[in-house]
Design a protein around this ligand. Structure first.
Ligand code: HEC
Length: 152
């Protein structure tokens, strides 16, 4: 009568193994998240993480989330072209940050990245006031990457 007893044991072992797999994979997922958030250095990485959903991988405004929006996401490869051939660095800082704009105008379709990066900076510091320098650096990194996307 050994056979019927082995089956629940086997099932138990399988459940255990499956549980272990889930724990392990969610752990490495958590680490990945942390790494990508901590890495403020790469504007390209940040762009893929935060912007390409709407603006598209190449910045042309054709990301998978673009379709549900009332205003289409801007084509970010034409920023210089639309500004007489000059990359509008200063203006972009304000647009991407967005905190001033929200105070002045109310709603916009694009998330207010200044607020978001500030919140993340606060979390990194365990709830202390988020470091404004970190926020500005992350926006500047993004702008550096946007500059590489420009086409005539
Ligand atoms: C939820 C979708 C969405 C996401 C995510 C998003 N954007 Fe936008 N973005 C828009 C929309 C829509 C516009 C058009 C203006 C508006 O209504 O806000 C826009 C406009 C812009 C503009 C203005 C271009 C111009 O010429 O005026 C810039 C620059 C920009 N986005 C950069 C970014 C960056 C950088 C990120 C990532 C940090 C990002 N966007 C993420 C939706 C998005």
């Amino acid at each position: 009568m050994a056979f019927p007893r082995v089956i629940p044991l086997l099932i138990g072992a399988m459940i255990l193994a499956a549980g272990l797999l889930i724990v392990l994979s969610s752990k490495s997922f958590g680490q990945e998240q942390e790494e990508s958030q901590g890495a403020g250095g790469s504007g390209e990485h940040a762009f893929r993480l935060y912007c390409s959903n709407c603006h598209g991988d190449g910045g042309r405004g054709d990301g998978p989330m673009a379709f549900g929006l009332s205003v289409p996401p801007a084509d970010l490869t034409k920023l210089s072209a639309r500004n007489g051939g000059v990359f509008p660095r200063e203006r972009l800082q304000g647009i991407i940050d967005g905190r001033e704009f929200v105070k002045n105008h109310g709603d916009r379709e694009m998330p207010v990245w200044g607020k978001w990066f500030k919140m993340e900076a606060e979390e990194d510091l365990g709830g202390a006031e988020g470091d404004e320098g970190t926020v500005q650096r992350r926006i500047a990194d993004l702008i550096d990457f946007l500059e590489t996307l420009q086409s005539p």
